[in-house]
Design a protein around this ligand. Sequence first.
Ligand code: CAA
Ligand code: NAD
Length: 302
Amino acid sequence: IARHFSRSSAVQSAIKNVTVIGGGLMGSGIAQVAAQAGQNVILVDVNSDILAKAQKSIGNNLGRVAKKIYKDTPQEAEKFVIDSMNRIKTATDALSASQTADLVVEAIVENIDVKHQLFQKLDQVAPDNTIFASNTSSLSINEIASVIKRKDKFGGLHFFIPVPVMRLLEVVRGAETSETTYKSMMDWGKSLGKTCITCKDTPGFVVNRLLVPYIAEAIRLFERGDAFARDIDIAMKLGAGYLIGPLELADYIGLDTIKFILDGWHKKFPEEQLFKPIPLLNKLVSEGKLGMKTGEGFYKYE
Ligand code: CAA
Ligand code: NAD
């Protein structure tokens, strides 16, 4: 399988200063790929322990990327890692961190109220020309934008985990996203070496509208006792050619994130069977078993 990593890309973007809000699984990856592409990044999280963890994992992951790009030149590999790391600053105050941003990418918890609170405050302090984007997996871009004035400068930039490896970026045009903003988002995605597709503001855009019901069905199959977890994952890898099985993938994405997505869609579309709550998923989340990030989900991790 072809893996593609960019150090600097042929596609130029006018965006040079990026603020990424949320330093978890996704935010750390987004910060990494922007820094790799030569942009200045401020990575923000309310939790400074998370920022320390993010810096460590970015360092490790840059090392993996550098080994591939600079196979035969270890000194250049080391320089690549150091230079990229130096482009990433961290902060706990989203408002001051957004004052020099050309683009703010939000990757905080999948909750519309929390996202609203953040964007409402940012809208008041960020420069007028700053573009805002959300990495939401499942919420409506128009609904998130409803609380801000710069609706023309808002859109969705939906990355995939692990961000440095997955080559796709879904660029979501909201009802009021301007042509200029849309073009800037596409150019920025390309400058990171991603392949960009255009999506409408529909639930789950393209990938998650197909992927989340599939994962939910796998959890239900396991919950009914129809097959062992390991066998469900083996089945989809060896029988359908997937890189990773659905329960492993759920653990990788985060069971809390899967639950946030399903709950949100269930509330909006109560008749849709595919979005119905799953008692086993709710139980694991309530026990703090959120998958790889907490050391246990459907599987245990060291
Ligand atoms: N940074 C840089 N490189 C990384 C990396 C990271 N974070 N994670 C993995 N890699 C690289 C490794 O160095 C390795 O490179 P080589 O093959 O060149 O040696 C390669 O990726 C494979 O990694 P591993 O050997 O560690 O493990 P693996 O072969 O089991 O692959 C995986 C792990 C990359 C996660 C792979 O299973 C995969 O791509 N799975 C699909 C993931 C997927 O479907 N993501 C989308 C989820 S949906 C989503 O994100 C949307 C949403 O809103 C929920
Ligand atoms: P995560 O739990 O790993 O990280 C979220 C981070 O946001 C946490 O570190 C938390 O401390 C921080 N945070 C919460 N509220 C904040 C605030 N007001 N200001 C600053 N920081 C705040 O979650 P994640 O998996 O990185 O997901 C983040 C977003 O990306 C969600 O919207 C999710 O739906 C979306 N997403 C997730 C995936 C995935 O596979 N996990 C893929 C694509 C998109």
